[in-house]
Design a protein around this ligand. Structure first.
Ligand SMILES: [Zn+2]
Length: 81
């Protein structure tokens, strides 16, 4: 008798940013716009808007970067990427 294989797909919730909200470059608390992007050096980083512009090609998409916007209830909603 065969046991049916259970393929459990974890719920994919990548709509909201769950990580740190401190900019990896300037160490400031990020407000308004948060970028999780691949920088020019190839390293991924969490950046505020000015640092993201300075350190990355600002290319959004899977494998390149994500842009999150802070909502009124303090969450970070993905708007691009
Ligand atoms: Zn910064």
């Amino acid at each position: 008798m065969r046991t049916p294989e259970l393929t459990l797909t974890p719920p994919k919730n990548d709509k909201f940013w769950q990580g740190s909200t401190t900019c990896d470059h300037c160490d400031n608390q990020i407000k308004g716009d948060l970028f999780d992007v691949r920088s020019y050096s190839g390293q991924w980083g969490t950046f505020c808007l000015p640092c993201a512009h300075r350190n990355s090609p600002m290319k959004m998409g899977t494998g390149s970067g994500q842009h999150y916007k802070q909502t009124t209830d303090g969450k970070w909603l993905k708007v691009a990427g």
